[in-house]
Design a protein around this ligand. Sequence first.
Ligand code: AMP
Ligand code: ZN
Length: 467
Amino acid sequence: MVFTVFNTLSRQKEQFIPLHKDKVGMYTCGPTVYNFPHIGNYRAYAFGDLLKRYLRFKGFKVTHVMNITDVDDKTIRDSRKEGVSLRDFTTRYTQAFFEDLQALRITDADTFCRATDHIQEMISIVSRLLEKGMAYKGEDGSVYFKVSAFDHYGKLAHLDLEALKAGASGRVKSDEYTKENAHDFALWKAYSDEDGDVVWDAPFGRGRPGWHIECSAMSSRFLGDTFDIHTGGVDLIFPHHQNEIAQSEGASGKPFVKYWMHNEWLLVDGEKMSKSKGNFYTLRDLLKRGFSPLAVKYVLVSSHYRQQLNFTFDGVKAAESAIERLQNLIVALQQTKAGRSDGTTAELVGALKSGFEEAMDDDLNVSEGLAVLFDFVKEVNGKLGQGDVGLQDAKIYLDALKDIDSVFGVMSFDQKRLDEEIDVLVQKREEARKKRDFKTSDSIRDELKAKGIVLEDTSQGVRWKRA
Ligand code: AMP
Ligand code: ZN
């Protein structure tokens, strides 16, 4: 079956054909590690992961690279404010990021690379651009990319170069007055006192890299000058990705990326979730409210990535119910001891797999894919009720569910995972009781009871066991 993806370059769905047979090189712009990412950021990483998981489901061999931006205005500013070294400061938030990824079951990239470990690669690209006359040194000592020297500038973002306004990027520290042209952007920023001890020597002067050059340098270091897929949120199309293309293609003279894929916003009350607006939740905020990380993950991946998604607590609750329906089926299948087979197992599993793949092949149509999955859940539940699921059938159904979950990463098949989910429910019930919200605490107790869990009050708090 043909996998089609929406390519931001062409603004069209295109058949996905890797550059090298079944091998796929994929790069995702990673976090700037100066505080805890919010769940809007995790929409971007969950989307990248869904895409990677689906490519692997289809048999492609994916190499995934993600950068960690551990040097920029914000990391320098905040580490100095705290009086800790840039490395110690950014390591703290890198660690927190990795913990969140694990909780959300977003699979690790094959390579996570810190910008500060690859400064030499950045310096060599800047040198090459200077040699080719595609960059120049400004009066302030910074080095700028000369947009007018690159013919395709604006192609990704579909921008009319003439129409570009000065300072369209809020991401790049402005040094406008030394630039030849307002669209030019910093490749290398000359040292200023605000940078403290964060400085590197380069043939073109002491300083530190600009943000865009990081991704050009690290992607080519790990994936080569030309690779298959580059992902990120829609805000990165311009200027970040546009500038990555200019730097990379300018330096190498080769095409940079074949497919550009961008996720839409996670919204709150109709507005983009963002640090600056203050309308954000971190994963930690939501766990404190008793939500399970997998329900948050479900919310993030169950809507199409190119549609805006409004985040609500009701949405997370609906996700919890959806996961519970899946878990109830998994437990029932695991507990199946004997039953007669009605002979339709292979047909049912075949319909699940082909329906799911057909949906997901259409630019990751998850809503349709999940509809196929829940039809399957309904059918198998019906058979279980009729006693039409034998031991062997149960195993086949479980394997099919595992296969689908290799794409979503929201189901639990082993005891340890199930135990963790019960821990979350018990904790949620405790919090409801503390707030004297007995309606919620009673309903959680009933839910636990239905799962065969008995609660015991002890001097050390509540314990649970299987009945
Ligand atoms: P940043 O650390 O700001 O560079 O953001 C990391 C990633 O999160 C980028 O790919 C952004 O496009 C993405 N992002 C930021 N806010 C949101 C949001 N509200 N919804 C979806 N993606 C977002
Ligand atoms: Zn990037």
